[in-house]
Design a protein around this ligand. Sequence first.
Ligand SMILES: [Zn+2]
Ligand SMILES: [Zn+2]
Ligand SMILES: [Zn+2]
Length: 330
Amino acid sequence: MTERRRDPTTGEWRMFASHRQDRTFLPTEEQCPLCPTRPGRPPTEIPLPAFDVVVFENRFPSLVAKPPDPDVVGSELYQVAPSYGANEVVVYSDDHHLELADMEVGKLARIVEVWADRYAALADRSDVDYVLIFENRGEAMGVTLHHPHGQIYAYPEVPARPLLELATATAHLEQGGTCVFCDVVARERADGVRVVAQNRSFLAFVPFAARYPYEVHVTAHRHAPSLLDLSDPERADLAALLKVVLSGFDRMFGFRLPYVMAMHQAPTADHRWLPVSHLHLEFLPPHRTATKLKYLAGSELGGGAYLNDTRPEATAAALRAAAAATPGKV
Ligand SMILES: [Zn+2]
Ligand SMILES: [Zn+2]
Ligand SMILES: [Zn+2]
């Protein structure tokens, strides 16, 4: 069964893909499906002896270009739709242990190029309205393969979280005539207390109303709706700042900090969103201390109201100190 169903009480579309239960779960390094295919060994997902960055369709997709008909018959109340879209896997390198944080900035810049290329290619498809580039890192985030990789989901409509931001930004624009993200960047640069790191083109900061203690947003200084609006030097600046932020995360507690990274960019079918679409990457690490995780519980899951036990200004200062020690930082 692969289909989408709409929750009539919230208007949100949910994806169903029951075949995903069979997917590979934490294989050993020997059996890693994201490593190159070595001579004399069984083929992996990547039939090459070495590679730089590779993107391929997820073998257990929940969204596909040619979806089957839904199993159930929909009605006006219970709408059902085929699972149009795409699930792609981005394997950052052929090295089983090389994390984004440890890469050369030049290599990170090539990954930024690949993200931009895939955003452009998926945006061209008529069945796609939103491209979400993301990474789940660490077993705490449900990672099933250790080889460093990210994912790209292309959805047939704008999913709930970016839609909420776009609607809020639209109200802000109508009220005051400015982009709320542009206003936030200006305010954070002026205040400075929540800044983790910055360079010519991007700002990394703990949001004023962060959901997680070590939440960091990496936002373009100027109003660029997507990676496609960045110049080459701006893309290189994004890569350089990612290096600083990710190295800071790993230095914070002395271990690889798990996180979810999600990149918010312009919806791809409806260009009316462009004035309120402002490229940013959100990093959501679940740790609240070295040994304690923040669990989403009653208030968060039941009420959608996040409770944060830390001061964003204090966690930003700690992350700023950790990030400042990055070798070769800009
Ligand atoms: Zn591997
Ligand atoms: Zn803006
Ligand atoms: Zn966002």
